[in-house]
Design a binder for this molecule. Structure first.
Ligand SMILES: Cc1ncc(COP(=O)(O)O)c(C=O)c1O
Ligand SMILES: Nc1c(O)cccc1C(=O)C[C@H](N)C(=O)O
Length: 435
């Protein structure tokens, strides 16, 4: 059962005050009703939307129609009659406002990893043969680093890992492109996208941004900030579902020179011409490769309905309020010295998660999950709590902090571990070697 969210008369004063604050903040929340657009239960505090967003209620009926009518009855006709063929660009145009892009620059398909490859190799090709180095964010999510290394080898460039905050200073006349994470997956640090992009462009290099942990959580202004290329996943803050396809942004002015390293038939100017020679399509479709993942794409399309009438600025305001409040609750309830926060305190440097370092973090997270608070664990010692403003409440933040305080108190008292689930990614796996 869920812990009561209202004040209990037996509670110590700090708990009561925080519960009253949480109730007042939730009552004043302009996004409160948006939670009803998701399938959630009040027994669980779900703080893992930065790994897999919750299921929007609009998805199941839409998928049912897609499967039973569009696929089951219309079959092959649906490529045209149900708009399947053009879904990657159409849904890209729905994501575009969330990342500050005008229509015609975002295409949806493939995984983020594959889009990182397309974007980075295309950026290096656009930069020209005289630029022999690629920069990559030193703390990058691993897949970007692996792909950057392969892209460098394939294109005959050198790969240099640099702290994301130092890329602006390190880029020079040799730099072809830099691949940077907008928000660090582990620490939740928000990088300076406008400043880094401007510095890269000033030296003639291209900026390639990974927006996985920022799109849908905070304002992104790709067009206004001069970003060259960007990629992002749709299963986190965009709630597209497990394995939902990623997106690729290619700035309009670069599209004619975008030379995809994966020129599949779907990005051909005349796909059904079946010509032996490749001629690239114009515009965003140039980023396509093979047959679109229609079921996942249309699940994502439905998921984006959750954004109707919501601005990303409201989302950002609530995200900061939630993370501030969670940090305040943790500071008030958890004895000093047990945790340290690796997420920046400054709003300008914070994404939509709070990462806390803690001894035995993997075991602590399993215990939290067993008690109904779902975050995740990241190596080597980080408890990660993601705040999704569309459905997370201040009362959830408070309950998570209370349960965290209880778990840490039980550990300090040497209490036996209670029931445990997984650690948020692979249920049942042991997240780390320590007991
Ligand atoms: C920043 C970042 N980039 C890339 C990925 C990988 O994306 P995909 O599994 O869609 O290739 C993730 C998450 O898995 C991520 O957090
Ligand atoms: N994509 C994931 C998956 O298929 C299973 C478990 C987790 C993920 C994730 O997205 C992890 C996420 N990128 C992270 O920031 O750690």
């Amino acid at each position: 059962m869920s812990e009561p969210l209202t004040t209990r008369s037996t509670e110590p004063a700090p708990h009561r005050a925080l519960a009253e604050r949480a109730a007042a903040l939730d009552a004043a929340d302009p996004l409160a009703a948006v939670r009803d657009r998701f399938v959630l239960d009040d027994d669980t505090v779900y703080l893992d939307g930065n790994s897999l967003g919750a299921l929007p209620t609009a998805v199941l009926p839409r998928l049912t129609d897609t499967v039973t009518r569009q696929w089951g009855e219309l079959r092959i006709r649906s490529w045209e009659e149900s708009g399947w063929w053009t879904a990657p660009e159409r849904i890209g145009d729905r994501i575009a406002p969330l990342v500050g892009a005008a229509p015609g620059q975002v295409v949806v398909g493939d995984s983020t990893s594959v889009n990182v490859f397309k974007a980075l190799v295309a950026a290096v090709r656009m930069a020209g043969p005289d630029r022999d180095e690629i920069l990559v964010d030193a703390a990058t999510f691993p897949t970007d680093g692996y792909i950057a290394e392969s892209a460098a080898r394939m294109t005959g460039r050198t790969l240099r890992a640099v702290d994301a905050g130092a890329i602006a200073a390190e880029a020079g006349p040799r730099t072809a492109a830099a691949l940077v994470n907008h928000v660090d997956y582990c620490t939740g640090r928000l990088q300076d996208l406008p400043g880094t992009t401007a510095a890269l462009r000033a030296v003639g290099a291209l900026a390639v941004w990974d927006l996985c942990h920022s799109a849908g959580a905070l304002p992104v202004a790709l067009d206004a900030d001069g970003v060259d290329l960007a990629v992002g996943c749709t299963y986190k803050y965009l709630n597209g579902g497990p394995g939902s396809p990623a997106y690729l942004y290619v700035r309009a002015e670069h599209q004619p020179r975008f030379d995809s390293p994966l020129p599949g038939w779907n990005s051909h100017a005349d796909p059904f011409g079946m010509a032996p020679r490749y001629v690239a399509a114009e515009g965003a479709p140039r980023g396509r490769v093979g047959t679109p993942e229609i079921l996942s794409l249309l699940a994502l399309d439905a998921a984006l309905d959750a954004w109707d009438g919501v601005t990303v600025h409201e989302v950002r305001a609530k995200s900061l309020a939630l993370t501030d409040f969670f940090l305040e609750c943790v500071a008030a309830l958890v004895p000093a010295g047990l945790l340290s926060c690796v997420t920046p305190a400054a709003h300008a440097e914070r994404g939509s998660q709070v990462s806390l370092r803690c001894a035995g973090a993997g075991t602590v997270m399993r215990e939290l999950i067993g008690r109904g608070v779902v975050g995740d664990f990241r190596q080597p010692d980080v408890l990660r709590f993601g705040f999704t403003p569309l459905y997370t409440r201040h009362s959830d933040a408070l309950r998570a902090a209370r349960v965290l305080a209880d778990v840490l108190a039980d550990r300090a008292a040497g209490a036996a571990p209670g029931p445990a689930g997984g650690h948020g990614d692979r249920p049942g796996d042991l997240p780390e070697g320590t007991p």
